[in-house]
Design a protein around this ligand. Structure first.
Ligand SMILES: *[C@@H]1O[C@H](CO)[C@@H](O)[C@H](O)[C@H]1NC(C)=O
Ligand SMILES: *[C@@H]1O[C@H](CO)[C@@H](O)[C@H](O)[C@H]1NC(C)=O
Ligand SMILES: *[C@@H]1O[C@H](CO)[C@@H](O)[C@H](O)[C@H]1NC(C)=O
Ligand SMILES: *[C@@H]1O[C@H](CO)[C@@H](O)[C@H](O)[C@H]1NC(C)=O
Ligand SMILES: *[C@@H]1O[C@H](CO)[C@@H](O)[C@H](O)[C@H]1NC(C)=O
Ligand SMILES: *[C@@H]1O[C@H](CO)[C@@H](O)[C@H](O)[C@H]1NC(C)=O
Ligand SMILES: *[C@@H]1O[C@H](CO)[C@@H](O)[C@H](O)[C@H]1NC(C)=O
Ligand SMILES: *[C@@H]1O[C@H](CO)[C@@H](O)[C@H](O)[C@H]1NC(C)=O
Ligand SMILES: *[C@@H]1O[C@H](CO)[C@@H](O)[C@H](O)[C@H]1NC(C)=O
Ligand SMILES: *[C@@H]1O[C@H](CO)[C@@H](O)[C@H](O)[C@H]1NC(C)=O
Ligand SMILES: [Ca+2]
Length: 534
């Protein structure tokens, strides 16, 4: 997900020091030397685009940038490179954008990350350029017009390993190198600082950069990261699997009734009634306590009585996958996370619903694990599920797991990274990121010198939810850490005001550096000073 923060957007060229004096011409001749020894360039397209409308990229829904914060028109030099890795039969499209006029360049380079199966594309470079940066992005060898089977299979039953390498890491590192190379060719000087900013898949990509290309970026924002990919994909598949195992397809209203009951039971444990469970460890809500209750639904209309199986299913969504041998496989969702994304249904009545497995994890299981384009969750046994899990970890951890705890290279290069994760994440279990950071901390107690992690209570996947969202401040916080040495002990966040209080007031908070816990210490719950990091 290409998240552009307000702060990032506000950093216009004029706000930052240091301008390059002149640029070369925005023509193919200028960029003839662009290349890498391991790639073969199929085409180079250089286009001068004065008055390029930034509204176009926002209209496509790819960037969440508040459009009023970046200029509606920017002058861009576009470079599109299509290349292959000889012998691998792949085609990678990489997009580079430079402020056309050197006086608009803020002397920095910034890549915005992708989302889901999208490594990136043309849309991801527009907002950075409009903010004064040079930028690049890659489709990683496939884009959204290609189905997962089309790019994931070499042929039915055979994994397309080069395509997965491209998507996972290879094309990302190349896009960074090519983007910086083009910047230097055009402006005559290398970027002073290079940054990565991403969430979800973009957060995984940010971690991949730190792990595998540790000298490429001075600063990385990696939100709600899709790291631990080999494991959490199966955790995302688990709800749909359990639903078929238990032959139970509850409509959304029933799942919401469980979330509401858990929030009702545990909301106040953190001291503030705000629809947020900030201290999930203290919540011991039993799904089975709702068995026998009637839920009134409006969409579809009707009443439904909660059964043992429904409670068992919800318990499983909160617990996460557990093997046939009763071994922990991965984390579940927090109690206050929306349950209806991983267990979406279409219904003709409250008693006749069909589960729609979450598409990315269903594709992962079908194309990369079962390697069978007709495969579905129907008829899967517990043993089958465990086999898929084992296959995922065994075959893919080193390719796309993105959980290498050795960040020594990044540390020695002087890099800085900030990760945050919403505790109401409805897709990627928040605790997987806690797990990774804890393991890095265990390996290097000085981790906070270069890599800082902040939990965001009440925030959904990459934003949304009632809680404290740092999206608008995190990039600027990272930038001043890198450029000014301002160490972020907390991370500024905003939330909607607590219901019943002055609803026009903005609720602010300073999120806590993990493992410190965001704790209410008394006072107006809309006021940041009413919370402390303990
Ligand atoms: C070159 O890139 C520009 C801008 O992205 C695009 O409009 C044009 O169609 C491309 N030309 C070719 C030949 O691909
Ligand atoms: C860009 O827009 C400005 C203001 O609207 C206009 O004066 C200028 O001619 C345009 N330039 C090009 C190359 O279209
Ligand atoms: C580049 O920007 C400078 C300063 O705003 C301006 O004087 C110059 O005319 C611009 N050059 C082009 C080619 O737009
Ligand atoms: C997606 O990739 C295909 C194959 O390379 C290409 O023809 C198409 O133009 C791409 N679409 C976008 C939106 O980039
Ligand atoms: C998840 O992490 C929280 C701490 O943030 C902890 O209290 C909770 O027990 C963990 N939940 C699971 C299922 O591991
Ligand atoms: C559901 O609706 C019935 C009547 O339609 C009402 O008696 C009952 O209290 C409602 N239950 C809930 C939990 O709102
Ligand atoms: C249940 O839903 C399916 C579509 O998912 C539909 O074909 C079927 O007729 C429905 N059954 C009843 C009893 O409504
Ligand atoms: C693929 O999956 C379908 C549906 O489960 C099954 O009928 C078929 O036998 C599988 N094919 C192979 C080659 O395993
Ligand atoms: C930069 O660092 C100085 C000295 O540590 C500090 O006073 C100042 O507030 C910092 N500026 C920013 C924007 O963080
Ligand atoms: C509500 O908040 C707004 C903005 O902070 C303030 O102007 C207003 O006086 C407040 N109203 C009350 C009743 O506190
Ligand atoms: Ca609360």
């Amino acid at each position: 997900m290409a998240l552009l923060s307000i702060a990032q957007a506000l950093i216009t060229a004029s706000a930052l020091l240091g301008h390059a004096s002149a640029s070369k011409s925005c023509t193919a001749d200028t960029f003839m030397s662009l290349g890498l020894s391991n790639i073969h360039i199929l085409s180079l397209n250089v286009t001068s685009a004065p008055n390029y409308s930034t509204g176009d990229s926002s209209a496509s829904g790819v960037t969440s940038a508040p459009i009023s914060r970046i200029p509606p028109m920017v002058d861009i030099c576009f470079i599109t490179l299509q290349y292959t890795h000889p012998g691998q039969n792949d085609v990678v499209n990489t997009y580079i954008g430079l402020p056309l006029n050197a006086s608009d360049w803020n002397t920095r380079f910034l890549m915005d990350g992708g989302g889901g199966w999208t490594a990136g594309g043309l849309d991801e470079i527009i907002a950075p350029i409009a903010s004064g940066y040079s930028s690049s992005s890659t489709d990683g060898g496939h884009n959204s017009t290609t189905s997962t089977a089309d790019w994931g299979f070499m042929s039915e039953g055979n994994t397309n390993w080069p395509a997965l390498w491209d998507f996972s890491s290879v094309a990302l590192g190349e896009a960074a190198t090519l983007g910086k190379m083009a910047t230097e060719i055009y402006f005559g000087s290398a970027p002073k600082y290079s940054y990565w900013n991403g969430c979800s898949t973009g957060g995984r990509q940010g971690h991949m950069m730190a792990q595998r290309f540790p000298t490429y970026f001075d600063g990385i924002v990696a939100g709600s990261p899709a790291i631990n990919w080999d494991r959490f994909q199966l955790a995302e598949y688990w709800p749909a699997f359990l639903a078929q195992l238990l032959d139970t397809q509850p409509p959304a209203c029933v799942l919401d009734a469980f979330s509401d009951a858990a929030i009702e039971a545990c909301d106040l444990l953190d001291g503030v009634k705000d629809g947020i469970i900030s201290l999930p460890g203290q919540c011991h809500f039993e799904a089975s306590s709702l068995v026998g209750q009637t839920v009134n639904c409006s969409d579809p209309n009707g009443q439904i009585i909660i059964t043992d199986n429904i409670a068992e299913l919800v318990k499983g969504m909160w617990e996460g996958p557990i093997s046939l041998e009763d071994q922990f496989e991965w984390y579940g969702l927090n109690y206050d996370a929306d349950l209806t994304s991983l267990l979406a249904t279409t219904c003709t009545s409250v008693h006749n619903c069909t589960v729609i497995p979450f598409s990315i994890s269903a594709d992962w299981a079908r194309i990369f694990l079962a390697r069978n384009s007709s495969f579905s969750v129907q008829g899967l046994t517990r043993q089958d599920f465990d086999d898929l899990f084992r296959e995922s970890v065994d075959q893919y951890a080193s390719i796309i797991g993105t959980h290498n705890t050795d960040l020594t290279g990044f540390k020695l290069a002087g890099g800085k990274m900030i990760t945050w994760h919403g505790m109401q994440d409805e897709l990627i279990p928040t605790n997987g990121t806690v797990d990774y950071y804890t393991r890095v901390m265990g390996r290097d107690p000085t981790v906070a010198d270069y890599y800082r992690f902040f939990l965001a209570p009440g925030v959904a996947h990459c934003g949304g939810g009632p809680g404290f969202d740092p999206s608008d401040t995190v990039f600027e916080t990272l930038r001043v850490w890198v450029e000014n040495g301002t160490v972020p002990d907390t991370l500024g966040a905003i939330a909607t005001a607590v219901a019943g209080s002055n609803s026009s007031a903005t609720r602010t908070a300073d999120l806590c550096l993990y493992p410190k816990v965001f704790t209410y210490v008394g006072g107006d719950p809309n006021d940041a000073s009413s919370f402390s990091c303990i």
